[in-house]
Design a binder for this molecule. Structure first.
Ligand code: HEM
Ligand SMILES: *[C@@H]1O[C@H](CO)[C@@H](O)[C@H](O)[C@H]1NC(C)=O
Ligand SMILES: *[C@@H]1O[C@H](CO)[C@@H](O)[C@H](O)[C@H]1NC(C)=O
Ligand SMILES: *[C@@H]1O[C@H](CO)[C@@H](O)[C@H](O)[C@H]1NC(C)=O
Ligand SMILES: *[C@@H]1O[C@H](CO)[C@@H](O)[C@H](O)[C@H]1NC(C)=O
Ligand SMILES: *[C@@H]1O[C@H](CO)[C@@H](O)[C@H](O)[C@H]1NC(C)=O
Ligand SMILES: *[C@@H]1O[C@H](CO)[C@@H](O)[C@H](O)[C@H]1NC(C)=O
Length: 330
C-alpha cells in the first residue's frame, strides 16, 4: 500500500515535470491544437455563430479580416483593437483609421458563448483570428486556412499607436514595405494580403483626392484609369458625403478570389496605396503572378495570413485571457 502510494506520487511528479517541460516548450509558440484539452468545443462554437451571422450579414468576412489586420499591426495580435476606451485613454478602435471597423458585437456573442462552456480559457485574440477565418470562408465549403492558437490578450489599447503602424491609403510603396517589414512581413505578404481587398468597401474619403484636382491642374490621379475615375466621380461627388461607400472590387465585393489583381492591373485599385503596388518591379511581378493563377492565391493567402496572425503575439503567461473582450480583467 505504502509502496503504491509512493509510486503514484513518483508518477505524478514525473508527469508534472513532463507537463512543465511541454509548457516551457510551447512558450512563445502558437499551435493548431492549443485548446484540444482545455476547450475542445471552442472552434465549433465560433464556426456555428459565424455561420449564423454571415447569413444575414454577408459582408462580415470583410469586416472581420480587416479587424484582425488592424489588431495584428498595432501591438501584435493581442485583441487590443477590441478594447473600449477607458478613462481618458482613447482606444485603438476610436482612431481615424477605425473608420467603419465593425463586427465587435459578433465577437462579443462568440466570447459569451465560449465563456459559458470554458470560462477564462480562450483568448479574445484567438477568437478574432478564428472568426475572421470562418467569416471569409463562409461561402466556401471548407475553411480557407488553418488558424494557430494560443495567443493571449493584451491590456493596453491606444488610439495614438495606430499612427505609424497602420498603413495609409495614400502611402507609396516605400512606406508600405517599410511598415510590413517592421512586422516581419515581406513584399510577397504585402501583395498577397492586399488581396483581401477583393472583398469589402471603402468610404469616398479614402480615395476621392485622386478623383479631383489631384496634381493641381484640375485632373485625376494619372495612375487611375480615366474612365473608372469618371465613374467614381459619379459615385463620390465633391464635396463628398461621409457615408457613401464603394466596392473595392466592383461587382464582386462579396467573393473572395484573385479578381482584385485584375482590377489592380487595369489601374482600378481604389487607393493610392494600391496603385503603389505596381510601382515596384518585384511587387508588380507578384501581382501579375497572382492575377494569372486563381489557384495560387488561396495557398498564398493562407501562408501570409498565418504570418500576420503571429505578429508579436503574447503567449505563455504574458498578458491575460480576457473575460469580456471589451475590457481588461478587473
Ligand atoms: C497594404 C496596406 C493597406 C491599406 C493602405 C489598407 C487600407 C484600407 C482602407 C482605407 C480601407 C477602407 C476603409 C473604409 O473606408 O471603411 C480598407 C478596407 C479593407 N481592408 Fe485594407 N488596407 C491595407 C491592407 C489590408 C490587409 C492586409 C487586409 C487584410 C488581410 C485588409 C482588409 C481590408 C478589408 C477586408 C476591407 C473592407 C472592409 C469592409 O468592407 O468593412 N486590408 N483598407
Ligand atoms: C441564428 O441565431 C439566432 C439567435 O440565436 C436564431 O434565432 C436563428 O435561428 C439562427 N439562425 C440560423 C440560420 O441558425
Ligand atoms: C480609470 O481611472 C480610475 C480613477 O482615476 C482608476 O482608478 C482606474 O484604475 C482607471 N482604469 C483604468 C482601466 O485605467
Ligand atoms: C480626464 O480628463 C479630464 C480633463 O482633462 C479630467 O478633468 C478628468 O479628471 C480625467 N479623468 C480621469 C479618470 O483621468
Ligand atoms: C472613429 O474615430 C473618430 C475620431 O478620430 C470618432 O469621432 C468616431 O466616432 C470613430 N468612429 C467609430 C465608428 O468608432
Ligand atoms: C514616400 O512617402 C514618404 C512618406 O510620406 C516620403 O517621405 C517619401 O519621400 C516618399 N517616397 C517616394 C519615393 O516618393
Ligand atoms: C486645383 O488646384 C490648384 C492648385 O492647388 C488651385 O489653384 C485650383 O484653384 C484648383 N482647382 C479647382 C477647380 O479646385
Amino acid at each position: 500500500m505504502k509502496m503504491r502510494a509512493g509510486y503514484c506520487i513518483f508518477i505524478l511528479l514525473v508527469s508534472l515535470t513532463l507537463l512543465g517541460i511541454v509548457d516551457v516548450c510551447n512558450a512563445g509558440k502558437l499551435s493548431y491544437k492549443f485548446y484540444k484539452r482545455t476547450c475542445p468545443r471552442a472552434e465549433q462554437i465560433v464556426k456555428e455563430i459565424i455561420q449564423n451571422r454571415t447569413q444575414s450579414n454577408p459582408s462580415l468576412g470583410a469586416r472581420l479580416i480587416r479587424m484582425q489586420f488592424h489588431d495584428c499591426f498595432v501591438r501584435g495580435c493581442d485583441a487590443s483593437v477590441l478594447l473600449d476606451t477607458v478613462n481618458n485613454s482613447t482606444a485603438e478602435k476610436e482612431a481615424i483609421p477605425n473608420s467603419s471597423l465593425s463586427g465587435f458585437d459578433v465577437i462579443d456573442d462568440i466570447k459569451t458563448a465560449i465563456e459559458r462552456v470554458c470560462p477564462k480559457v480562450v483568448s479574445c485574440a484567438d477568437i478574432l483570428a478564428l472568426a475572421a477565418r470562418d467569416a471569409v470562408s463562409a461561402p466556401f465549403s471548407k475553411p480557407l486556412w488553418d488558424v494557430q492558437l494560443g495567443r493571449r490578450d493584451g491590456m493596453v489599447s491606444l488610439a495614438t499607436e495606430t499612427n505609424g503602424n497602420l498603413p495609409s491609403p495614400f502611402a507609396n510603396f516605400t512606406s508600405l514595405i517599410q511598415l510590413f517589414n517592421r512586422k516581419g512581413l515581406d513584399v510577397n505578404d504585402l501583395v498577397v494580403l492586399s488581396g483581401a481587398h477583393t472583398i469589402g468597401v471603402a468610404h469616398c474619403a479614402t480615395f476621392s483626392s485622386r478623383l479631383y484636382n489631384f496634381t493641381g491642374k484640375g485632373d485625376a490621379d494619372p495612375s487611375l484609369d480615366p474612365t473608372y475615375a469618371e465613374a467614381l466621380r459619379k459615385q463620390c461627388p465633391n464635396p463628398g458625403s461621409p457615408t457613401i461607400t464603394v466596392e473595392m472590387d466592383p461587382t464582386s465585393s462579396l467573393s473572395f478570389d484573385n479578381h482584385y489583381y485584375d482590377i489592380l492591373l487595369q489601374k482600378k485599385g481604389l487607393f493610392g496605396s494600391e496603385a503603389a503596388l505596381l510601382t515596384n518591379r518585384n511587387s508588380r511581378k507578384i501581382v501579375t503572378r497572382l492575377q494569372r493563377s486563381r489557384s495560387s492565391f488561396f495557398p498564398a493567402f493562407a501562408k501570409s495570413v498565418k504570418k500576420m496572425g503571429a505578429i508579436e503575439v503574447l503567449t505563455g503567461n504574458a498578458g491575460e485571457v480576457r473575460q469580456n473582450c471589451r475590457v481588461v480583467n478587473p
